[in-house]
Design a protein. Sequence first.
Length: 366
Amino acid sequence: MTAKRMGSGVAAENDLPRCVPWQPKYRDGVLRLFRDVPYKSELWHWQFESNPFGLPFTPVVLVDGDDRVVGFNGVMAVRAADRGEDERVIWSCDFYLTEQWRGQGLGSAIKHELHRVAPVIMAFGISNRASDVLRHLGWVPNETVRSYRMLRRRKGLRSWLLSALQWLNRLKWVFSAVPDISGLSTKVCSSLPMREQVDALWERCSPGYGRIVRRDFAYLDWRYQRHPLGRYGFVCAWVGEELAAILITRFSRGTLRIVDYCGPAHNQSLKRTLVRAALRHWPHAGQVVSVTSDSELAKTFLTEGFVQLMGRPRFYIYEPDKERSGQLSAWFIMAGDSDGEFLQAASDFYNTETVPGVSDVERAPC
């Protein structure tokens, strides 16, 4: 029997924690791992047990010899489209290992077990240390996702320098005008359009993408309207009676976040119209931020005076089928795809409700 050193003692290998199949009895133990996150229990059912695609919850749970939870890797299963063809993908989230068991290879053991759950696994917004581990385990970074920011209120030298860069961006793109769309109108709403309209929009637009998480009504309703603590706004574009596109936003604590888009893959004019409508509707936002892999949205942001930030949000993919991976098309990714955005929404809600002096306009999306 081999042994591994643990602190000043030695633990036999069969005394080390083990991965076990998920059972509801482990829920309380997992929540204890995240006891410093006050809203985790409020998000649990929505995040893990009300999957909009009817897919099962299959996390990795690590327990010790007394069946106590000492490690966890959450998963969120989604349906995605690859040039219109359906595929199952999971997001890796909420990875945690208790301090006493760190440095003994158990984090890698959890990830190896995770690799058995689905053929395609993604992770977004991970730390420097985690990115090193994932690279070692065969995960591949995607470099197309970038962050953008527009500063509207200036305070200090740094903010003035950023404003100067914003004006330079506007000058750079001033002659890159795109034609208007005849008959196009926009409206900002606090709820999604009707199910039939959203589903028709998705079915019409999805074949134009490479790879993208399904953005039909069931998903958008779950992700944005049923979030227990987040409040979102929906900037809708119409051509006559037909829904043309939706830009999804979240305004909180003085920041407007452009978090998602559902519409044609290739329509620069439409995307620019939606972004401008959002900027007009929230003039009181001190800054506007977004994260996207989409080149047309990126160009729109730069045209409107956003600055591309230096750091890249870390987006990693595990897909061991190497032959197929070389032929795959690019992912369409936005901040709303990440668990980080809805966790931030929950955090903002708690802070907004408990911090004095927050105006009423910050408590509602529209």
